[in-house]
Design a binder for this molecule. Structure first.
Ligand code: ADP
Ligand code: ZN
Ligand code: ZN
Length: 755
């Protein structure tokens, strides 16, 4: 037999199949990891077996596989196919794609299996003979504890760790040693799994499903293999309960399931909900596990001991056999996009994977991505709706405050009079408030405080970003730039401001407003550690502060019973982020905030929560329609604009980023790439008379022009999305292969961030 394999080296030069002979005594199948001699020096390297074949006929002599790394195949057949697809779809080496499927601890054998020492009665031992050696003439036992231990092990017929034994017979270790010496019992090493779960969990009682939940569940059950469902349900509508029931059906049919949630919401509460329904068969996968835990959870899944995986983005690759269901909860979350090579989108990968395994995919959200909802409307996905909250709990009331008139009436504080009054009432009444800062990244947009005018790119209709280093405003898409004028072009006022309020600033102002107020802050500065995000929320839940101030992160922790007021300090910071999705993102965030605030419980009573949204754009559809909880209205308007301005999903952006120590070199390479890309794409598209589908090519300094002593220049291309797009993208990638030596960091399609 011969094995064709990919060597586990992330270098495109060796990213092809190498053939090795399989010695007769080895059992090697596709999916096995093996050790092979590699290169001229025959250094042992690990490799992934992609296929095995009985013959090999090039006439060259081949080397032989040394050994298999694990007794089982580390990769499932569908994972190998998925990796092949990923390497094509996201232009990475097959090795990089395969590595996604395995815990890094497995490679290079960096983590050992954990074993416990157990003991059992020696095989074939004669019980009466042993007993007789212990009995004294008067019928009492010599060393009664040893006899007791022996009897227990003999009767149970299994092996036990000394620790477990001690639960029955205290302080048994001396007796165990003595029995071992006498040969009455023997030792056995037993492989166990490190558990990431700190707590025991009780089974829960599943509620009876509502009509809406039932019909969604039925639709999923009756769906076909490879079907994708979009579960559009407002917050608190019982989506999770639909997931739980869909998983139950899959388990009963002998299948397995993967549930993906945003990393930040992978709290013990989330995993407990699945564990209390499904018990031991639940495994978790996320970045806060220790090396050993991660490796063991992976093995528990691979060996079929766990059939439900709850995890963050990368758990979409979990080795679940007979995978019949993938669920992506909060499918609109940007964190489902991988930021490092390969820059995959989790939903795209999941669609492909369920097709390979004959499973189904559920995308769930209160605010689906526009593209997902569009696909549902066009029939590619099946739309399931949960329009109401469980138990008839009303959606919270949202009040919009126009900060321009606040400013014009002389209030220059970051708090409107209305929010100030509500904050004082809330805290004075012993209740809690959350102040939410809708801020993204580092970027600042220019805005007039008097009239709300925002500097936008005349070509792209997105807000321009302020660049401190040269006092310019720039468009991240087409590269257009202007100097910041000294007065507002719209109203002539000189109060142009570059918004960028931080949580610290909010805290300072709040303390001036309400002396003695107890604040907690949550942002990337305060949540560096492993559990601090949770710690802050826990402390707040215990009532150790009156106000929690934070960025996006607090939006996920809003289910805090004492909270009766949520203030969105400045909704516009993400609204005019220089990103064509800023309206969509803002709508999602505000809906999430508004949807979660109305669950306050005080003195055992549900108290209707209040939400105050401060904005300079009170009539912006993202602000207005999120306050009305009107997703469909938002979708209809937004998708029309995307079509009118030709932005995704109707167009595709490709961005090539160059990083060089020498600024001129970076600029030069970007320029060369831009020119060659334009020529190349026009050539490809002209075959179809479609040169016009290349909408523009631009290049210039990246928003963060210098990082880690490297100068960064980017090329941005925009293509209309048509049936020629994938051929055009392939041509771009082909071109990019020739720029590796020039500091090209890759070509990203529809990147999340343009920094
Ligand atoms: P979502 O995931 O849409 O935010 P959840 O599934 O978390 O909603 O449900 C919100 C709350 O309603 C939870 O506390 C859940 O236990 C409860 N719940 C869900 N379905 C039902 C039901 N059919 N009957 C009673 N309570 C339910
Ligand atoms: Zn103005
Ligand atoms: Zn532009």
């Amino acid at each position: 037999m011969f094995a064709k394999l990919i060597i586990d080296i992330a270098n495109s030069n060796v990213d092809r199949l190498f053939t090795y002979a399989v010695p007769d005594e080895l059992d090697v199948r596709a999916g096995h990891r093996v050790l092979v001699p590699f290169g001229r020096s025959n250094k042992p390297k690990e490799g992934f077996v992609i296929e095995v074949c009985p013959e090999y006929d090039t006439g060259f002599e081949v080397k032989s596989v040394i050994k298999t790394m694990e007794p089982y195949t580390a990769l499932l057949p569908d994972q190998i196919e998925l990796a092949k697809w990923i390497s094509k779809a996201y232009h990475c080496t097959l090795c990089d794609a395969l590595r996604l499927m395995l815990p890094s601890q497995l490679r290079g054998s960096r983590v050992k299996e954990k074993t416990v020492r157990t003991v059992c009665a020696a095989p074939g031992i004669d019980r009466e003979k042993v007993r007789s050696t212990f009995l004294k003439k008067d019928g009492t036992a010599r060393s009664p504890k040893q006899l007791e231990v022996f009897d227990l092990l003999f009767d149970s017929g299994t092996s036990m760790s000394v620790e477990d034994l001690s639960a029955y017979i205290p302080n048994a270790s001396a007796a165990v040693s003595a029995l071992l010496k006498k040969g009455c019992i023997v030792e056995k090493d037993f492989v166990t799994f490190r558990s990431p779960f700190a707590n025991e969990i009780k089974p829960d009682v599943p509620p009876e499903l509502t009509k809406a939940q039932l019909s969604a569940l039925e639709a999923v059950k009756n769906g076909r293999e490879g079907d994708v469902f979009l579960l559009h349900g407002v917050t608190g509508s019982g989506k999770t309960e639909v997931y739980l029931n869909a998983i139950k059906a899959v388990l009963e049919a002998g299948g397995g399931a993967i549930v993906l949630v945003p990393e930040i919401s992978l709290t013990p509460q989330t995993t407990d909900r699945f564990r209390s329904r499904f018990g031991e068969t639940v495994a978790v996968m996320h970045s806060h596990l220790s090396m050993g835990e991660r490796y063991d959870e992976w093995r528990r899944i691979r060996l079929g001991k766990a059939r439900v995986v709850v995890g963050a983005r990368s758990a979409v690759f979990a080795p679940v056999e007979n995978l019949k269901l993938i669920i992506i909860d909060e499918e609109h979350e940007p964190s489902y996009r991988s930021e490092s090579t390969p820059t995959y989108s989790t939903d795209e990968v999941a669609v492909r994977r369920v097709r390979l395994t004959g499973g189904k995919l559920i995308l769930g959200s209160a605010t689906p991505q526009l593209i997902s909802y569009l696909r549902a409307k066009q029939g590619a996905y099946k739309l399931l709706e949960l329009p109401e909250r469980i138990n008839g709990i009303p959606m919270p009331e949202v009040e919009i405050v126009d900060m321009r008139s606040e400013f014009m009436s002389g209030n220059t504080s970051i708090f409107s009079k209305d929010l100030e009054r509500k904050l004082k009432d809330c805290i004075g009444g012993g209740e809690q408030a959350i102040l939410f800062l809708n801020r993204r990244g580092y970027s600042y947009h220019g805005e007039c405080r008097a009239c709300g005018f925002v500097f936008k790119c005349p070509h792209c209709d997105v807000a321009m970003t302020y660049h401190k280093f040269d006092g310019s405003l720039r468009c991240h898409y087409c590269g257009y730039s202007v100097r910041v004028p000294s007065v507002c072009p719209s109203c002539g006022s000189k109060y142009i401001k570059f918004s960028g309020i931080g949580t610290q600033q909010v805290e300072e102002q709040l303390k001036k407003l309400i002396p003695g107020v107890r604040c907690l802050r949550m942002d990337t500065d305060t949540t560096g550690g492993k559990t601090s995000h949770r710690d802050i929320l826990d402390s707040f839940t215990r009532g150790e502060a009156d106000v929690l101030i934070g960025t996006q992160m607090v939006a996920k922790g809003l289910d805090i019973p004492g909270v009766t007021l949520v203030g969105v300090v400045f909704a516009d910071a993400s609204l005019f982020h220089s990103d064509y999705r800023s309206g969509e993102r803002t709508f999602q965030l505000l809906t999430q905030v508004a949807g979660r605030a109305g669950r306050a419980v005080k003195d055992g009573e549900v108290k209707k929560g209040k939400v105050v949204v401060q904005t300079n754009a009170p009539n912006h559809r993202a602000v207005l329609l999120s306050a009305q909880h009107n997703y469909k209205g938002f979708f209809d308007l937004e998708i029309k604009d995307r079509l009118r301005t030709l932005f995704p999903p109707f167009a595709v952006f490709a961005r090539a980023l160059f990083e060089c120590a020498n600024e001129n070199a970076a600029a030069e390479y970007a320029e060369r790439f831009a020119k060659e890309a334009e020529t190349e794409l026009k050539k490809v598209l002209s075959k179809y008379d479609a040169e016009g589908e290349l909408l523009f090519v631009s290049y210039g300094a990246a928003p963060i022009r210098k990082r880690d002593n490297l100068y960064r220049y980017a090329v941005m291309l925009k293509l209309a999305r048509t049936k020629h797009t994938s051929e055009a993208v392939t041509a771009l990638w082909r071109l990019s292969d020739g720029f590796d030596a020039e500091g090209l960091r890759g070509v990203e399609i529809n990147p999340n961030e343009l920094l």
